[in-house]
Design a protein. Structure first.
Length: 642
């Protein structure tokens, strides 16, 4: 008979009850956390999504008491192998200057419970009250598996609930159970399991428990296996991956262009309307040229951002991203890294900041530092507006073969160029860093799942808000400062010149023009004019600011209504002569592919490494490589007659 022992009565009075959510990677922890708290933390169908703890309050509909939930990084064991796993263990042991949690919800995947149940035994060693949430119950039944939850609860002596987090099934019962955490119990069975000395003994205990629970093993997922034979094939797998990348970047130009043109027309129309109905003055021009045209020039790329993240979130949700890690693991091995590093780099294609934070899942200190130092090469969404602007202006849209055009292939090539730069730099750094040997790569492939449209829509909405928030904060502030630098000092208008000519004279004598001309010798080998130089300086705050800067500088030269791209290409100003040569435009693209132009990234490198020398090193070597790559590209393009 199993003896039940009452453990505690919750948190001490005066502070909220704190409940940790513990489980293996990709077991559904974050989905349950979101359902119980109402948060929208990112959840993905691949390991490593949660790399730090998250906290949120249990919804009021479950209890009137104050209960705080802690979503921990996924762990397979409480013997940590990486920094994110160490975070989970330290929280459970109360090593962050706060007491241990008052209870633990152990989340287990019902389809792989035999691999996950030993974690319950390890958690029992901590002496904390436990309950178990068994997720993926619907998948277990769909694959003709079953387990008696009542018998399992009796065997373990702790509450056991079956839930389907993404459909809300069992969430009310789980919320009520969490609210009553002071009444959770622990059995002698768990105490005996906690005393097992070896993993073999824990697994022996696991199979004994499952055998008494009348568990029926779920059938193998033959559909996933058939897909994996194709997607993980050493030849076909990379071919599928590269083909998809090419199609994806072609679609960015093809599908997003109509919406971008609509937004561009709306922004230009709003600025022109303001200048027409409001008397001409400095505040009016600040609002029209500095705010509407400056920030609007970045906002017009929102359709591409939405398309980019829609596809990425779909691939994450369906389970392909974990397969992609295996596909590129061989390539990563050539440079001394492994598949976990790819998952961190993959996150960097959205933004380098979460990508660098995702390196906490890498157990090798040397591999982690290398990945941190090369992650900024990944083509983040901030580079996309610059790429799109220059490619649309200087690369012809002529078809190459099938659905592919030169513009789509150029965009895909820039993404591959950033990836190649990261891999080559990693190979060099791995030979220079002496911080311990790399560890073998292992990753549990999640089953293929069709992601819920609501999850994708919410994820895209969050990233669109983040993009717009940057446009409304960083880019807005920089645009306003730039407007003053581009319009001061003022000079008396020449009555013999047109308004546009007078504005051009002010621009040529502005403080910003002086800065651009001062650094002209640095970029003279690439034939960048002072206007481009001003954009390069401003883009150190954020790469998208380059577009906002050029939009302000060339605001009064768009005589034909062709937009900023048309002005750069020489169409919008009516001259027919491009304001930037094609070799210079190609050099500028390569510079943006390599150079470090993000203060937030440098700050997170400092935080993750604990030293200033690494962000300084990253800035110097990436910016130097950007200058060298731009110069070589300019020479090659000029020699080729581009």
């Amino acid at each position: 008979m199993t003896e039940l022992v009452r453990l505690g009565t919750g948190a001490p009075s005066g502070r909220p009850t704190r409940i940790a959510i513990l489980g293996a990677p990709n077991s559904g922890k974050t989905t349950l956390f979101n359902a119980l708290t109402g948060h929208r933390a990112k959840a993905g169908n691949y390991p490593g999504v949660t790399v730090d703890r998250r906290e949120g309050d249990l919804r009021a509909r479950f209890t009137e008491l104050s209960v705080r939930l802690i979503d921990l990084p996924g762990v397979y064991s409480l013997e940590p192998q990486s920094e994110d796993e160490a975070v989970a263990v330290r929280v459970l042991r109360g090593e962050f200057g706060e007491p241990p949690p008052d209870g633990v919800v152990v989340v287990l995947d019902a389809t792989t419970i035999e691999r996950a149940l030993p974690l319950v035994a390890e958690a029992a060693e901590l002496g904390l009250p436990l309950c178990i949430a068994l997720t993926m119950i619907d998948e277990l039944k769909a694959r003709h598996g079953e387990i008696d939850l009542e018998v399992l609860g009796a065997e373990l002596g702790v509450p056991v609930l079956g839930v389907v987090g993404n459909r809300g099934l069992g969430i009310d019962d789980l919320g009520a159970l969490v609210a009553e955490s002071g009444h959770w119990t622990r059995s002698e069975a768990l105490r005996e399991a906690a005393q097992a000395d070896t993993p073999e003994q824990r697994f022996e205990w696991t199979y004994g428990v499952l055998g008494r629970c009348r568990r029926k093993i779920p059938r193998a997922d033959h559909w996933s296996r058939r897909l994996d034979r194709f997607l993980l094939h050493p030849v076909l797998g990379p071919a599928v991956f590269l083909t998809f990348v090419a199609l994806f970047f072609q679609a960015i130009f093809t599908w997003a262009t109509p919406a971008m043109d609509l937004l561009s027309g709306m922004m230009d129309g709003l600025a022109d309307w303001l200048l027409t109905v409001v008397p001409d003055s400095l505040p009016t021009r600040l609002l029209a040229d500095g705010v509407i045209r400056g920030v609007g020039a970045v906002i017009v790329f929102l359709p591409q951002i939405v398309l980019l993240f829609t596809v990425i979130l779909f691939l994450e949700g369906c389970g392909y991203m974990a397969r992609a890690a295996f596909v590129v693991d061989r390539v990563m091995g050539w440079v001394g890294l492994e598949g976990r590093c790819f998952l961190a780099l993959l996150s960097s294609y959205a933004c380098a900041v979460p990508g660098i934070m995702a390196t906490r899942t890498i157990p090798s200190e040397r591999d982690r530092l290398t990945t941190i130092l090369v992650a900024p090469f990944a083509t983040c969404s901030a580079r996309l507006p610059v790429y799109t602007l220059l490619i649309a202006a200087f690369i012809p849209a002529d078809p190459v073969f099938g659905p592919f055009t030169w513009q789509g292939l150029t965009l895909g090539g820039l993404y591959l160029l950033g990836t190649a730069a990261a891999l080559v730099s990693a190979a060099v750094l791995q030979r220079g860093l002496r911080r311990g040997a790399s560890l073998p790569f292992y990753l549990e492939l999640p089953p293929f799942r069709l992601p819920r449209p609501s999850d994708i829509l919410l994820g895209v909405w969050d990233r669109a808000k983040m993009f717009l928030r940057r446009a409304g904060t960083i880019i807005l502030c920089v645009s306003i400062v730039l407007w003053f630098l581009l319009n001061l000092p003022r000079r008396a208008a020449d009555p013999e010149l047109s308004a546009a000519a007078n504005q051009q004279a002010i621009l040529e004598g502005s403080y910003a023009a002086s800065v651009g001309r001062f650094i002209e010798p640095v970029f003279a080998p690439m034939d960048f004019n002072w206007r481009i130089n001003v954009g390069l300086v401003a883009s150190q705050a954020a790469r998208e600011v380059m577009v906002a800067t050029l939009a302000q500088i060339y605001a009064h030269e768009d005589e034909e209504g062709e937009g900023l791209g048309g002005v750069l290409a020489g169409v919008g100003d009516g001259s027919g002569e491009p304001l930037l040569s094609r070799p210079s435009a190609l050099a500028l693209l390569v510079y943006f592919a390599f150079a470090m132009q993000c203060m937030s990234t440098l700050a997170v490198i400092r935080r993750e490494t604990g030293k200033w020398r690494w962000p300084a090193f990253t800035f110097v070597y990436m910016t130097g490589l950007g200058w060298l790559g731009a110069w070589v590209t300019f020479l090659a393009a000029t020699a080729a007659g581009a």
